[in-house]
Write a protein that binds this ligand. Sequence first.
Ligand SMILES: NC(=O)c1ccc[n+]([C@@H]2O[C@H](COP(=O)([O-])OP(=O)(O)OC[C@H]3O[C@@H](n4cnc5c(N)ncnc54)[C@H](OP(=O)(O)O)[C@@H]3O)[C@@H](O)[C@H]2O)c1
Length: 272
Amino acid sequence: MYKGKVVIITGGSSGLGKALAQRFLAQHAAVALVARDGKKLAQVKTDLAGYLRAGQKLETFSCDVSDISACEQTLQEIAHQLGAPHILINSAGIIKEGYFDTLALSDFRQVMEINYFGVINFIRATLPYFNRQGGGRIVNIASLAGKFGSFGYAAYCGSKFALVGLTETLRLELTPRNIAVQLVCPGEFDTPMTQQLSTSRTDENRIISQTIPVLSLKQVTDEVFAGIAKGQYMTIPGRISRVLEWVNRVFPGLMRRTLDAKVKKIYAGPSL
Ligand SMILES: NC(=O)c1ccc[n+]([C@@H]2O[C@H](COP(=O)([O-])OP(=O)(O)OC[C@H]3O[C@@H](n4cnc5c(N)ncnc54)[C@H](OP(=O)(O)O)[C@@H]3O)[C@@H](O)[C@H]2O)c1
């Protein structure tokens, strides 16, 4: 299905980005992986080498998505080595968790620079290529944290709400130019990001966010890959996550009361 297509995946050295890379390689795409840490990228290239068929390309590019010049330079290198891109998946992201007043202002800025401006930078760098070839596809990996607030995620939710708003607008603006725009809003799933988070998160965040079962990386990747292939605008992996998103949209008051009750119970409890 993806033979002859060039797929760029930011955040491709870990978690969802790496797992999606494997799926696209198995479907004959040429894949460009983007992340900062060159060592991790080299390891992923080795890990995924087994999926390559004769002549199929997998290349890695060390780039910080929060640096627009680096993104433009990376796009030039990708186009030179693999050809003009057809699909851009923005999966690069970071999380900072903590009480609003204990997070540093620099945490808020860093999360925004990567999770929001990083996506803008990569899309701006990619659009000239899509415009030249008359179309393309953009997939933005946001989060359920871009749909409703969550304890401890003041910085992260802000960045993902902004990304959801950006994606809604891009869909309107770019669809007439034959550029499909897709949004992915997962709840929590098992990756290095959440493994690291679990060593430091506040008890309130752990109790509230894990009311929804933590999904496996495989389930999320299966559903996201299928959603991309179907051209579905929004993919929310996991039935419980989909129900929660629906409740929040249709009965926002009920959602607020449920979350308030959870927080109240935590503070009333004997210990966290
Ligand atoms: N895991 C979850 O529970 C969950 C839930 C909802 C949404 N999401 C979203 O899903 C996406 C993927 O998350 P994940 O769990 O797969 O995370 P992950 O395993 O930590 O992977 C994050 C990837 O992003 C790259 N990255 C981070 N900052 C970057 C930057 N400035 N420039 C370029 N690359 C950068 C990382 O590589 P380097 O550090 O080497 O740059 C890594 O490849 C993120 O956008 C995340 O917010 C995750």
